[in-house]
Ligand binder design. Structure first.
Ligand SMILES: [Ca+2]
Ligand SMILES: [Ca+2]
Ligand SMILES: [Ca+2]
Ligand SMILES: [Ca+2]
Length: 735
């Protein structure tokens, strides 16, 4: 019996539009009427590709033409085998190649809908311990720096008392929070007092850069809740929170304690303080939920409800100088029970008048005392990953207890109320042995958790550290992919010099080949962060990337609003980011059109559309600059939104294999295809200043469109033809 006839008999060729069985996770593994007759109506079809169950559906469907076999016997979902049942449901077994080839010829709306549904509902394998969770490759990341995101609750804003202990460890008498909408470069009223004040290194606080470390704007978790609709509207699916732990600084990498959310991020700072004081920090059984803690649990729940994943940033390499264990060391010296938590080089000798106490702080930063390990490695010249463990078992136990607290806040063994993973600060400066323990621990609580390492420099400012030793399956799932950004910036912005498409492709392939494909797909492809210039500013200054990337270090560095040409470059780079392998990341505010040089200027408060900002007219060195209006860039936002939607809606852009089919050094053209099963998408780039024609091979006869820029796409036989203006990109999809 020919399969077409069989299919017609089985599911009927005439009938209503296909009704895809919008599956719950349970139903997708459990074909309806398993081995039993369906009374009335069509039996469902189950599609199997190379023994992999893609899904089931009902109704009349155009089935792919190249079918390996059809079996009408019962399908056993437990074994994936075709059984010897009594005729239902229909099982179509195809080869992967056949599926792909035939679907190329069958681009009907029905088939595409079916395929998308199959993708969304296909059975998820249990995460292998050594592999990233499945969801990581589908994420669109949004990085939130809480102090500067949105002030949803002015009653909890930091007070002078709250910020004591962070750099510079002094607070002027007249200190107050800074108005959110003021010109970033305007001097705060209390700046004058700093003329004669010295920081904790004994230096006068003359630079704008140093002074802004004292600024607080009052961003908080209520501000995040208030903007959930905005995030959903933008389309992001995963949130990376910079540290939320209680800390005196604006960045919170100098923890006062790790176990609680910062008092000024929650509704009840004073009450939180009392709760913290009532606990024994060494005994997790005494830890209670503060107002800020509870609000964060609420934030996690609200994000999960919207299908967003949440990861939290911690530094296990160092604490702040106000950290409870460190304060005990300062007070009790060698007698402190926490003395072996830290790299103390010498304790004070009470017999002498001078203070002999000396310790290692992260990169010499005294407010960041480092946790002691079993091996000492000097990272001053070069970051070198190393074997070793935490020196103190108690310190490690404490870190694990804090980790468990945020993975399962209500402690019932179900991690669904907790964070979905962690971003781990200066991860190459913490030893492998500890990280292996950490991965085991984290995955034992939630097998779907994601661990992201900050693996950055090997030797500043030119050599980036190879992340491969961290991505063998026993440490992290991915790293912040600064290596990808360096290549992309170099290519799209000719920074610091022009790069040919062939060289760009060579570099991308080299990066991809250096790690396992599963990790490559789960990478966080960062364009900017709290530690770098904003994306637009980074493209606007085709000099060193992180080296001298602010006016204080290079007076020529452009601090003002990037021009239209830079925005075009930004769009090119973004099109690549959202169509390439690895999960795209957005540094909050870049999508609003914000600009800003390296830290601290990349940490300006976000320019929400409803706020009315003062023009930006100042300069940190008092130099001339254009006067720039500061307002939300709705056009750029819409571009981000479009790219995010394209990635979210097209599995091929997230999971597809890469086929680079156009590398044209002469004309400055680049084109690649992402192929996932029967789905494919094409990204095209015109790097030149003038219009260029593109011819793209495309089997079949269905119509394609430029889903990004709307360029006219004409089919000519088995090819598509279109013209792109200078410095423009396109994302082609079957219509
Ligand atoms: Ca606030
Ligand atoms: Ca002494
Ligand atoms: Ca729980
Ligand atoms: Ca260390």
């Amino acid at each position: 019996m020919p399969w077409t006839l069989l299919l017609a008999l089985a599911i009927g060729v005439v009938g209503p539009a296909p009704k895809l069985n919008a599956a719950t996770p349970e139903s997708r593994l459990d074909p309806p009427s398993k081995c039993s007759r369906v009374e009335g109506g069509s039996p469902p079809a189950v599609v199997v590709v190379d023994d992999r169950v893609l899904g089931e559906s009902s109704g009349d469907l155009e089935m792919p033409a190249d079918v390996k076999s059809i079996d009408t016997s019962c399908f056993d979902p437990a074994t994936g085998q075709l059984g010897d049942g009594i005729g239902h449901p229909v099982v179509l077994a195809l080869t992967e190649e056949g599926w792909r080839r035939s679907a190329d010829e069958m681009r009907s709306r029905q088939t595409r809908a079916l395929v998308e549904w199959f993708e969304a509902s296909r059975p998820r394998p249990e995460s292998a311990f050594e592999d990233p969770p499945e969801w990581a490759q589908d994420a669109v990341w949004y990085q939130i720096f809480p102090e500067r995101f949105h002030n949803g609750d002015p009653t909890n804003d930091p007070t002078a008392e709250d910020i004591v202990g962070g750099y510079p460890d002094v607070v002027p008498d007249g200190w107050s929070t800074t108005p959110w909408t003021q010109d970033w470069y305007r001097h705060d009223p209390w700046f004058g007092e700093l003329e004669t004040m010295r920081d904790n290194y004994g230096n006068l606080m003359t630079s704008f850069d140093a002074r802004t470390q004292l600024r607080r704007y009052g961003g908080d978790l209520q501000g995040v809740l208030d903007k959930l609709d905005y995030l959903a509207d933008l389309g992001v699916t995963a949130i990376y929170f910079n540290p939320l732990n209680d800390s005196p600084s604006l960045h919170k990498y100098d923890a006062r304690n790790w176990r609680h959310i910062d008092r000024n991020f929650g509704p009840t700072p004073q009450r939180d303080l009392e709760i913290m004081a009532s606990e024994d920090p060494t005994d997790p059984a005494t830890w209670r939920m503060t107002g800020a803690d509870s609000l964060f649990v609420e934030v996690i729940a609200a994000m999960h409800e919207r299908g967003m994943r949440v990861i939290l940033d911690f530094s296990w390499n160092h604490t702040g100088q106000t950290f409870w264990a460190w304060k005990d060391v300062l007070e009790n010296q060698a007698d402190s029970e926490f003395a072996d938590w830290y790299w103390v080089q010498s304790f004070d000798d009470p017999a002498t008048g001078e203070d002999e106490f000396a310790y290692r702080g992260w990169f010499g930063v005294k407010t960041l005392p480092e946790i002691r390990e079993t091996t000492y490695v000097d990272h001053a010249e070069r970051i070198e990953p190393f074997e070793g463990e935490f020196y103190s078992q108690e310190a490690e136990d404490h870190v694990l207890a804090v980790t468990r607290r945020w993975m399962d806040p209500d402690g019932d063994g179900d991690p669904s109320d907790g964070v979905d993973g962690f971003r781990l600060d200066v991860a190459a400066e913490v030893p492998f042995g500890f990280w292996r323990t950490y991965r085991n621990f984290v995955r034992s609580i939630n097998p779907e958790a994601y661990l992201l390492g900050e693996i950055w420099w090997e030797r500043f400012p030119n050599e980036l550290l190879d992340p491969e030793p961290f991505l063998r399956g026993d440490v992290f799932d991915a790293v912040m992919n600064y290596r990808w950004y360096r290549a992309a910036r170099h290519f799209f912005a000719a920074a610091p010099d022009p790069m040919a498409p062939s060289e760009f492709v060579r570099q991308l392939e080299e990066l991809r080949a250096s790690v396992r494909p599963v990790n490559d797909a789960a990478m966080m492809n960062v364009t900017a962060s709290h530690d770098t210039p904003r994306l637009a500013t980074s493209l606007f200054n085709p000099t060193g990337y992180k080296l001298d990337a602010k006016a204080e270090q290079n007076p020529e560095y452009r601090i003002h609003r990037p021009d239209a040409a830079i925005r075009a470059t930004q769009r090119l780079l973004l099109t690549h980011q959202f169509t390439w392998v690895g999960a795209p990341q957005i540094w909050a505010g870049d999508e609003m059109g914000m600009w800003g040089t390296d830290d601290p200027h990349t940490r300006k408060p976000l320019i929400w559309p409803e706020l009315d900002f003062e023009d930006e007219a100042g300069h940190p060195l008092g130099l001339e600059r254009p006067r720039d209006p500061v307002r939300f860039d709705a056009e750029l936002f819409a571009f981000y939104q479009r790219l995010i939607a394209l990635r979210n809606d097209n599995p091929a852009l997230r999971r597809g294999e890469v086929d680079v089919f156009l590398v044209d050094d002469e004309a400055g053209r680049l084109g690649y295809r992402r192929v996932q099963g029967p789905e494919s998408a094409v990204a095209l780039f015109n790097l030149s200043a003038s219009a260029q024609e593109f011819v793209v091979p495309a089997a079949g006869d269905d119509a394609w469109e430029d889903a990004l820029g709307g360029a006219e796409v004409v089919r000519e036989g088995s090819r598509l033809r279109l013209t792109l203006p200078g410095r423009a990109s396109a994302v082609l999809l079957p219509r």
